[in-house]
Ligand binder design. Structure first.
Ligand SMILES: *Cc1c(COP(=O)(O)O)cnc(C)c1O
Length: 500
């Protein structure tokens, strides 16, 4: 009996042989030899991804080249430390990979220093916070005591230092205004290790009010002033943030997890480019940046030594295979093709927002400068949760999102967040954005809040008009049939060989 790989090679003519598909078949065959159920789930995910229109603002599709760089023996290697400074032997090749990734990241963003080990955006923020605490609190305290080795501090000195480290002020964007959990939300470590303060957007306009932020920062005097968001549809003026940080004596940290791709792609330049102004910049690598799941820290030279201590500070060993994939992604992002992509992400978002507004939707801040928009779904008589469910039933994935000062709270919410990075990767443009706006409007209009058993309205349940569902699903299918995800991969073949 022949294997899937043999069959694929036999039935494919040499000129049609495609390395990405060959690699997928070979990899899945290896996986299936041990865990056929896992191989099946991987194939099913391709089917699911292909069958849904992805408007999740934080997701994207990385290239198959990026994916290939992750599936190898680099995962076996421990490499605690950083290049040329490891706690393990035999790290030459990991050094090479990590150094390439760092150099590419520096060149891509014009940064003084790059650290590519964080496994996720949350980890990157943790490392950044502690690197800043190290620079601004620990090192000066130790200097006062005339000691550089923490183990040599007396118990009392160590207790005092820990008190100081644990009692610093962080000021970041409020979760409801679009900030991230790690920016000082009480459920997260960040609000527990810092004395945490939040600024909000303006109640009327929904925009950041720099004068109000300045006033608050002068009162709070935070150690760290943090800018960046997960759900704010406008560009941020980082020059203005720098001024505020300088005035109140704060370190300026920017979390560009969502819009790093727009910075890398030179859509956000000058005062909208955080790398020029911030002391420390963190980002995920898998959102607009379109790399592997992971994160990155960029910083000024002053913070480089502390950032490099991510391990042992907060992280264990790095993921060398993911650092390899990051290097590939950064190289891709330095091309004109990527810059064109980034520009289209923003253009598509603009068109989509305009079309939604034309259809009568209420958008937070009345539009967008970046890759995402927030739609207030209360005008349709729905909660965010209901809107999310209705869209998903019609083949569209997006997520519900709190709106600033949202009375519905973070579970039900009043809004949905819609982003263009993934559909732009598929190749969609202005015409498709118009179609997507129509689909969203049509589905939300065709959805009524469901009722609970006691007859009361249920915030999570929906009644979706079957005719609308049929029509919308058809339209989504039609769009997706023209823009196939990873067209190199033959889903029928993979399903036939790896799915029961
Ligand atoms: C997504 C995001 C993160 C967290 O990234 P993970 O990789 O999920 O940990 C951090 N900050 C911001 C602003 C984000 O949008």
């Amino acid at each position: 009996m022949s294997t899937p790989l043999q069959e694929y090679l036999e039935q494919t003519s040499p000129e049609k042989l495609n390395p990405a598909m060959t690699a997928y078949v070979a990899n899945l065959q290896q996986t299936a030899a041990v865990a056929p159920d896992v191989a099946e789930a991987i194939v099913r995910e391709l089917g699911t991804q292909r069958a849904h229109l992805k408007l999740v603002a934080s997701e994207n599709y990385c290239s198959l080249n990026v994916q290939s760089a992750m599936g190898n023996l680099l995962t076996d290697k421990y490499a605690e430390g950083y290049p040329e400074h490891r706690y393990y032997g035999g790290c030459e090749n990991v050094d090479t990979v990590e150094t390439i990734a760092c150099e590419e990241a520096k060149a891509l963003f014009g940064a003084e220093h790059a650290y590519v080990q964080p496994h996720s955006g949350a980890d990157a923020n943790l490392v950044a916070y502690w690197a800043i605490l190290n620079n601004k609190i620990e090192i000066p305290e130790c200097e006062k005591l005339g000691e550089t080795n923490l183990s040599h501090l007396t118990d009392q000195q160590w207790a005092d230092l820990r008190q100081k480290l644990g009692n610093q002020k962080l000021m970041g964007l409020d979760y409801y205004s679009g900030g991230h959990l790690t920016h000082g939300y009480r459920q997260n470590l960040s609000a527990r290790m810092f004395d945490s303060y939040s600024y909000t957007v303006d109640k009327e306009t929904g925009l950041l009010d720099y004068d109000a932020i300045e006033k608050q920062a002068m009162e709070v005097k935070p150690l760290i002033l943090l800018a960046g968001y997960s759900a704010y549809p406008r560009a941020i003026n980082f020059k203005r943030f720098r001024e505020i940080a300088d005035k109140c004596g704060a370190v300026l940290m920017v979390d560009m997890a969502h819009f790093a791709g727009l910075v890398a792609g030179k859509v956000f330049t000058g005062e909208y480019n955080p790398v020029e102004y911030a002391d420390v910049v963190t980002t995920t690598t898998h959102k607009t940046l379109r790399g592997p799941r992971g994160a990155l820290i960029l910083c000024k030279k002053e913070f480089a030594d502390s950032v490099n201590k991510g391990c042992p500070l907060a992280l264990g060993g790095p993921l060398p295979h993911v650092m390899a994939a990051k290097a590939v992604a950064f190289k891709e992002a330095r091309t004109q093709a990527y810059r064109d992509y980034a520009k289209r992400v923003q253009e598509n978002a603009k068109v989509l927002a305009e079309e939604c507004i034309k259809l009568g939707m209420k958008l937070q801040t009345k539009g967008t400068d970046n890759h995402l928009m927030l739609i207030d779904v209360t005008t349709y008589g729905l909660t965010g949760r209901q809107a999310e469910n209705a869209m998903f039933e019609c083949g569209v994935t997006l997520n519900r999102n709190t709106l600033p000062f949202d009375p519905q709270g973070p579970w039900w919410t009043s809004g949905i967040r819609v982003g263009t990075p993934a559909v732009t990767t598929l190749g969609m443009g202005k015409e498709e954005m118009k179609e997507i706006a129509l689909i969203i409007d049509m589905v939300l209009k065709g959805t009524k809040p469901g009722v609970a058993k006691d007859g009361k309205p249920a915030k999570g349940k929906i009644v979706l008009d079957p005719e609308v569902k049929k029509n919308a699903t058809e339209k989504v299918k039609n769009l997706l049939s023209k823009y196939v995800l990873y067209p190199e991969l033959d889903l029928d073949f993979l399903e036939k060989h790896f799915c029961k």
